[in-house]
Design a protein around this ligand. Structure first.
Ligand code: SF4
Ligand code: SF4
Length: 283
């Protein structure tokens, strides 16, 4: 079984379009959406949830109203102003430091495990998919990404799958590192702009640091062929193979609006380019 992650130094480069296309081209696979902060692979794959699980991470204070003596000490002590005048904890503001639970004279405050999101195992028209949703203002997306990866691998092993196709987290922080760890191949999707080049180089550095082989796709290359050439030259210089170039085509957006991958949508040159990229990657 091989794990392939599609990443980009920033959002909006077409990472999910590529992942969706690979999902429809690969045989016998599991999809994993690790972009848990702004998941959108489900818009293309329209998963039907089979299993739903809570994601617990970190602690939040909880006040037992029956025991509370309304002394106000916790409210004054909390430097995050997370406790209001009715002695109710705002879970978004609470940082889980636990100080209030130590100073409460009545022992009314307990630190409780926080439900910070959900993760799912679903079926799609292309096979199983593991995905997640992080709660609003919740942190620890790296931990949730690791959980999605672990579960996707388990589903793949159980079903004897050949591939795990991962929509990685954007950027270069903890979630992208969690998306990358232990994969066989990273595919970096970039666009022909100066910031596209800069962001791609940053994320390639991360792959190099973790010794993950990486290849690059230049998406919408024909919008700026000079810059596309510069990206190619940079990749050559640092020993990163160019997996392929994909032209700009408005049918990509039309397909998304229609809830389809570009492979399913219409026979277009862009579809052929992505098919060629997949064949190269598969080989
Ligand atoms: S410190 Fe304890 S007893 Fe005092 S207001 Fe807060 S929860 Fe209630
Ligand atoms: S755990 Fe810390 S941040 Fe949360 S309410 Fe108590 S003192 Fe404030």
């Amino acid at each position: 079984m091989k794990q392939i992650v599609v990443i980009s130094g920033k959002g909006g480069t077409g990472k999910t379009v590529m992942t969706g296309a690979f999902a429809s081209l690969a045989q016998n696979k599991v999809m994993a959406d690790c972009d848990v902060d702004a998941a959108d692979l489900h818009l293309l794959l329209q998963p039907k949830i089979v299993e739903r699980h809570e994601f617990r991470s970190g602690l939040k204070a909880g006040i037992n109203k029956k025991i509370c003596q309304k002394c106000g000490k916790c409210m004054i002590a909390c430097r995050f102003q997370a406790i209001n005048q009715d002695f109710i904890v705002d879970p978004v503001s609470c940082e889980g430091c636990g100080f209030c639970s130590h100073i409460c004279p009545a022992g009314a405050i307990k630190m409780e495990e926080n439900i910070s999101g959900e993760w799912f195992i679903s079926t799609t028209r292309f096979g199983p998919m593991v995905h997640a949703r992080l709660g609003i203002a919740e942190e620890n997306s790296g931990k949730l990404v690791s959980l999605v990866r672990k579960q996707a691998k388990a589903v793949a092993e159980k079903n004897n799958c050949d591939w795990v196709i991962i929509d990685g987290a954007p950027g270069i922080g903890c979630p992208v590192i969690a998306s990358l760890s232990g994969v066989d191949q990273a595919v970096v999707v970039t666009e022909p702009t100066l910031s596209g080049l800069h962001d791609a180089l940053r994320v390639i550095d991360v792959t190099k640091h973790f010794k993950i082989p990486a290849q690059v796709i230049i998406n919408k290359y024909d919008l700026n062929t000079d810059m596309a050439r510069q990206i190619e030259e940079h990749c050559l210089k640092i020993g990163i193979p160019l997996l392929g170039k994909v032209r700009f085509d408005k049918t990509v957006v039309e397909a998304m609006v229609d809830g389809k991958t570009i492979i399913e949508y219409k026979d277009t040159p862009v579809k052929e380019e992505i098919q060629r990229i997949w064949e190269k990657l598969r080989a």
